[in-house]
Ligand binder design. Structure first.
Ligand code: PAF
Length: 286
């Protein structure tokens, strides 16, 4: 099935009015991979019709980040949307999304300033602003986001609750390569050697998860063993953070602690910034 492609607001309004029943929405920045495919499949199970957006949002990139070189693969992305049975693809230009420099934007609040937000000032403000704009334009019943961006997902849930946005937010599990590397559009920047070093991120998370019976301290210690080794690899992993946080607020967990947690890691290999996380559960205070 070929999806309807809308590039302007008017085309989107027309395509949206033709949707029968409920609509699930998968916002993306394109460069679609198996992780996005799994989100589209999840969306198909949650509603009668599926919309996907493809837009590299300038507002969520810092001045020294990779906005200019972020992969743009629209033709291949449209093929993937068609193969996965999306009904509607919204692929706006920058001037369609931002006809004027926006003056009113979303402020992400305290959660936007910690963990990933601490190393990327303004990133979450820009991300939430475009997500709210997309939700207002597409008007879905359900919106699906990847759990790989766990802090993004938590912040979108918070925005939707705080601002009474009438949409259900659903998280889709992280998809990994067979060796554990989390799928990301940025993986295509990695050379073979860089990719080998980048594997330390998922291995550190695995080591941390395997140590979770020992409590939060043991988790961090086990993950750090893997990350310390990767810091001296060639090329090295430059660690941005390794944190154990509350999944809803992204505030640090301090022992003794019982309940759900997210072990999140980020680092740079060469010029590429990569993130990953794993959900954990501490059944008893430890
Ligand atoms: O996760 C992404 O691809 C982006 O942050 C999103 C949610 C599409 C907003 O630009």
């Amino acid at each position: 099935m070929t999806p309807t492609i809308a590039r302007t607001r008017d085309e989107l309004i027309e395509a949206r009015s033709g949707v029968k029943g409920t609509l699930a929405f998968v916002p993306t920045m394109g460069a679609l991979h198996e992780g996005h495919r799994s989100l589209i499949r999840l969306a198909r199970r949650r509603a009668d019709a599926v919309a996907v957006s493809i837009f590299v949002n300038p507002l969520q990139f810092g001045p020294d980040e990779d906005f200019g070189r972020y992969p743009r693969t629209l033709a291949a992305d449209l093929d993937i949307c068609a193969a996965e049975g999306a009904d509607l693809v919204f692929a706006p230009s920058r001037s369609v999304m931002y006809p004027d420099d926006p003056q009113v934007t979303i402020k992400s609040g305290p959660m936007g300033e910690v963990v990933e937000g601490a190393s990327r000032p303004g990133h979450f403000d820009g991300m939430l602003t475009v997500v709210l704009k997309l939700l207002n334009l597409v008007r879905p019943d359900v919106a699906v986001f990847g759990e790989k961006d766990a802090q993004q997902l938590a912040m979108i849930r918070r925005m939707v609750a705080d601002l009474n946005v009438p949409v259900e937010i659903v998280g889709g599990p992280t998809v990994r390569e067979s060796d554990g590397l989390a799928l990301s559009s940025r993986n295509r920047y990695l050379s073979e050697d860089e990719r080998r070093t980048a594997l330390a991120l998922s291995r550190a998370l695995r080591a941390g998860a395997d140590a979770s019976l020992g409590g939060p301290g043991a988790v961090i210690a086990a993950a750090n063993v893997v990350l310390d080794k990767a810091a001296t690899a060639d090329p090295p992993l430059l660690l941005d953070y390794l944190v154990l946080v509350d999944p809803a607020t992204f505030t640090a967990i301090t022992p003794p602690y019982a309940g759900p947690a997210v072990l999140a890691v980020a680092g740079r290999v060469g010029a590429t910034h990569l993130i990953d996380n794993v959900p954990l559960q501490f059944p008893e205070e430890s």
